[in-house]
Ligand binder design. Structure first.
Ligand SMILES: O=C(O)CCC(=O)C(=O)O
Ligand SMILES: [Fe+2]
Length: 162
């Protein structure tokens, strides 16, 4: 994805868009010309995206209502990690309506960690968390794909639209 980071930064810091959204971190693509333009090129992107200002991070979770998302670094991701976990049996989950995720309380094992430095397609049906070690908020856009598109299909769609 070839992106204009100035536009994305402005979207994250636009105070007016918040009042139109469903939850504080959610935004409508239809509210922003630039996001609409990206969606014209990648029509399989969802109609909502999340703007995350994370202080310490996100708990271990799998996402509800989305199977994969493109995460875009906007500010201060350098000192943070996205961490992926495996679980021995089916995990016990608690729905968190504020974050729209299932928090995972059962035992998991860290498998992989990465620092978000460029737009990255993530399989968010696998347990994951975010750790921000910086004192400043970590600002990102997490743009889910249309709900019925799984990770393998998403990889293929991006491959085809190059
Ligand atoms: O910001 C990240 O690295 C991942 C955020 C997340 O949990 C998600 O997009 O589902
Ligand atoms: Fe997530």
């Amino acid at each position: 994805m070839d992106l204009d980071y100035k536009s994305l930064y402005d979207i994250c810091y636009d105070p007016s868009s918040k009042s139109r959204s469903l939850l504080p971190h959610q935004r409508y693509v239809s509210d922003d010309k630039y996001m609409q333009r990206i969606r014209e090129r990648y029509p399989f992107m969802g109609s909502l995206f999340n703007v995350y200002f994370l202080k310490s991070g996100l708990p271990i979770h799998i996402d509800a209502k989305r199977s994969c998302a493109v995460n875009i670094p906007v500010e201060n991701t350098e000192n943070s990690s996205t961490i992926w976990y495996s679980h021995p049996e089916s995990p016990s989950t608690d729905y968190d309506p504020k974050l729209v995720v299932y928090r995972i309380s059962s035992k998991v094992t860290e498998e992989y960690r990465m620092t978000l430095r460029k737009p990255t397609l993530m399989n968010i049906t696998i347990p994951h968390s975010v750790e921000n070690r910086s004192p400043e908020p970590r600002v990102t856009i997490s743009w889910g794909l249309s709900r019925d598109i799984n990770y393998e299909t998403a990889c293929r769609l991006f491959e085809q639209s190059r």
